[in-house]
Design a protein around this ligand. Structure first.
Ligand code: SAM
Ligand code: SF4
Length: 335
């Protein structure tokens, strides 16, 4: 039950101490599963949160118990004032992390160290140059691959996010795991999720079960270890015994992890979302600009959070694309 006085606890007793902030709806890549082929209608510039507004909202969340903030997008690092945002947020008593496509991440190493950013997730869906070009609709594979190695060398905790799709990159599962042999990397295989305009269907998805089958067929069971998952972890974690790194599966479709969800999302245009799949949003930016208190809005958003995936508690409900078309595209939510 809800604890009196804690606005970040929802009606199911889940405490939300993890805020994900999208800094921009723009991106220097065009990943097919994230950005619709025809692009998206960008919010007018004046509707995008300024760095001061991001800081003010983040501070309010921290006052109420948020201990971790992840910056995402779009591509967070292409925002012109990203360094100002990092500098401001680094003043808060939180763990600051970032999710990036890695294209220009090498330019920020010094500042990440200065602002105590240790955890960096980089997206890379294929180890093949042409396939990468196909999925991102841009040609940056070499840069991203190099930057991943650089981040590891510089001592960051690097996770590589890989969205698996049948017939496209599902034959690269072992190649990705092999990257963990000599490097302390974590590869995270993500089940392809439905969002507005991304032409999702269940047949394209590579499930947790299918991923594990591939792993079992390649590695000796004595060498394959299931690791303990951390509380609130969205991923199921594994490791090949003698390898330096590890791998994980984020199975939001076939095995949702809503029971331990501690996340709340703030979009670049100042809308709160209580679930990645929620079809409704609450404007927090306009009230902030009007000088109104935002804590009651945060509380209301969390009280309306459903138990499982915005009410889609069965795979049948989840497969209904009409529901997802009422949501935004991933690029505009902030993954
Ligand atoms: N631009 C940054 C990046 O690519 O890492 C941050 C934003 S991106 C939206 C965050 C994460 O969401 C990426 O790891 C991306 O692979 C993932 N993502 C985007 N669309 C997805 C989908 N339809 N299903 C699963 N994961 C998705
Ligand atoms: Fe851009 Fe990241 Fe979306 Fe790819 S996944 S289009 S890099 S925001």
């Amino acid at each position: 039950m809800k604890e009196v006085g804690n606005i970040l606890t929802d009606s199911f007793g889940r405490e939300h101490n993890y805020l994900r902030i999208s800094l921009t709806e723009r991106c220097n890549l065009r990943c097919t599963y994230c950005m619709p082929a025809n692009g998206i209608q960008l919010s007018p510039k004046e509707h995008i949160m300024t760095y001061e507004e991001i800081y003010t909202i983040a501070k309010e969340f921290v006052t109420h118990g948020v201990t971790k903030i992840r910056l995402t997008g779009g591509e967070p690092l292409i925002r012109k004032d990203v360094l100002l945002i990092l500098e401001k947020l680094a003043q808060l008593p939180v763990e600051l992390a970032i999710t990036t496509n890695g294209v220009i991440v090498d330019k920020f190493i010094k500042q990440f160290k200065e602002y105590g950013i240790q955890k960096i997730n980089v997206s890379l869906d294929s180890l093949n140059i042409d396939k990468n070009k196909g999925i991102t609709r841009r040609d940056y594979f070499a840069k991203v691959y190099h930057n991943i190695q650089l981040l590891v060398k510089e001592g960051f905790e690097v996770k590589v996010n890989c969205v698996l799709m049948k017939g496209f990159n599902d034959n690269e599962i072992i190649d990705f795991i092999e990257l963990t042999k000599h490097q302390p990397l974590q590869i995270r295989f993500i089940e392809f999720m439905p969002f507005d305009g991304n032409e999702w269907n269940m047949e394209k998805l590579v499930s947790l079960e299918e991923i594990l089958q591939e792993v079992y067929s390649h590695y000796d069971t004595n060498h394959f270890i299931r690791l303990h998952d951390l509380p609130n972890d969205t991923a199921k974690n594994y490791k090949i015994k003698e390898y330096q790194g590890s791998f994980a599966v984020i199975s939001s479709v076939t095995n949702p992890f809503c029971d331990s969800c501690n996340r709340i999302r703030l979009t670049a245009n100042g809308q709160l979302k209580n679930c990645l799949f929620s079809t409704s949003e609450s404007d927090i930016l306009t009230p902030l600009r009007n000088g109104e208190a935002i804590a009651p809005i945060i509380e209301k958003v969390l009280l309306s959070k459903k138990k499982v995936r915005n009410g889609m508690n069965t795979i049948e409900k989840f497969k209904n694309l009409k529901i997802h078309s009422k949501n935004r595209s991933m690029i505009a939510i902030g993954g």
